[in-house]
Design a protein around this ligand. Structure first.
Ligand SMILES: NC(=O)c1ccc[n+]([C@@H]2O[C@H](COP(=O)([O-])OP(=O)(O)OC[C@H]3O[C@@H](n4cnc5c(N)ncnc54)[C@H](O)[C@@H]3O)[C@@H](O)[C@H]2O)c1
Ligand SMILES: O=C(O)C[C@H](O)C(=O)O
Length: 308
């Protein structure tokens, strides 16, 4: 399995590192626009191979997409991250042009590729990749829900004073500060609904902290997060590489599912060797349906700023 990661910055390098550490891929190619940067990151990572015990070959290139030819999966992390106080949506002006150009280069050299979109505003960038790549819809997957769900589980474990391995929960809808929908009604501690353990105040705390998870880290770090984003991508790439048929919330093109059309939004999906094997239809409460629809309206407005 050959994987390309475009953008060798914080998230791209973290993706490459986690993918290599899990040792399920033969080759990872890092691509960046900054001269020598991807080559340097690749060499540094390769010098961890004997220490960390992996055999994945990591190489880097400054913009030579012929080196990415024949990739099974490509991850797009190229573009600028937000600074404290910004929203992800404010990145559209710069990132849309980058994501479009990168998509064209990837598809030219790997026409069968499955693309995982990470650059923000992610739901809109995933939509842009659908509109510009010519790839079938099961081959374009936005990464947001896997990360947001991990943050949800972190906050649930904190509120429950439980180990994270006891906790299960999922976040759907938009990958934005206001449009995330943590499904508290379905979250469990070892199969028992968490609502049986948490009072309303704690429930509200978990939901609000989950939704601003990215903003909280951006304020602390001065730029956005990379460890958990990289780990989330590696889980998705592994699900494809190992045909795991894992259920992961991802931003996918909807055609009637969850009452939406012509939009990419986070929904649970089965991820396997074909990319999206199917979308899972979960029954939402009336309040959750309303929030999902509101998130869709907000993303649709941002999508309106795209120029193809
Ligand atoms: N979807 C998510 O959950 C999620 C999580 C974290 C970050 N992000 C987003 O991922 C993106 C990257 O974040 P980061 O922290 O790694 O930023 P970064 O600045 O560390 O890295 C971005 C890299 O992209 C490169 N780049 C820019 N234009 C390029 C081009 N045309 N071709 C190839 N490479 C190019 C830059 O040189 C840089 O090295 C941001 O848009 C950020 O908002 C999304
Ligand atoms: O918060 C950001 O801007 C980056 C990313 O989307 C995240 O959730 O960490």
């Amino acid at each position: 399995m050959k994987v390309t990661v475009v953008g060798a910055g914080a998230v791209g390098a973290s993706c490459a590192e986690y993918i290599a550490m899990k040792n399920f891929c033969s080759e990872v190619v890092l691509v960046d626009i900054k001269e020598g940067f991807a080559e340097g990151k690749a060499m540094d990572l390769m010098q961890t191979a004997s220490l960390n015990g992996f055999d994945t070959k990591i190489t880097g290139t400054t913009g030579d997409y012929s080196k990415t030819a024949g990739s099974h999966v490509a991850v797009i992390t190229s573009g600028i991250p937000r600074k404290p106080g910004m929203t992800r949506e404010e990145l559209i002006g710069i990132n849309a042009g980058i994501v479009k150009e990168v998509t064209e280069n990837l598809v030219k050299h790997s026409p069968e590729v499955i693309i995982i979109v990470v650059s923000n505003p992610m739901d809109t960038m995933a939509y842009l990749v659908h509109k510009t790549s010519g790839l079938p819809k099961h081959k374009i997957i936005g990464m947001g829900g896997a990360l947001d769900s991990a943050r949800f589980q972190y906050r649930l474990a904190e509120a429950l004073e439980a180990p994270i391995s006891d906790v299960n929960g999922m976040v759907i809808a938009a990958h934005s500060d206001t449009g995330m929908l943590p499904l508290l009604s379905k979250a469990t501690r070892n199969g028992v609904p968490v609502t049986e353990f948490l009072d309303e105040e704690k429930q509200k705390y978990v939901i609000e902290e989950t939704k601003v998870g990215g903003a909280t880290l951006t304020k602390l770090l001065g730029t956005s997060a990379w460890y958990a984003p990289g780990a989330a991508v590696s889980v998705m790439v592994q699900a494809i590489a190992c045909d795991q048929k894992k259920m992961i919330p991802c931003s996918l093109m909807l055609e009637g599912e969850y009452g939406q059309n012509d939009i990419c939004l986070g929904v649970p999906a089965i991820i396997g060797k074909n990319g999206v094997e199917s979308i899972v239809n979960v029954t939402l409460t009336a309040e959750e349906q309303l929030k999902f629809a509101e998130a869709a309206n907000a993303v649709r407005e941002v999508n309106g700023d795209l120029k193809f």
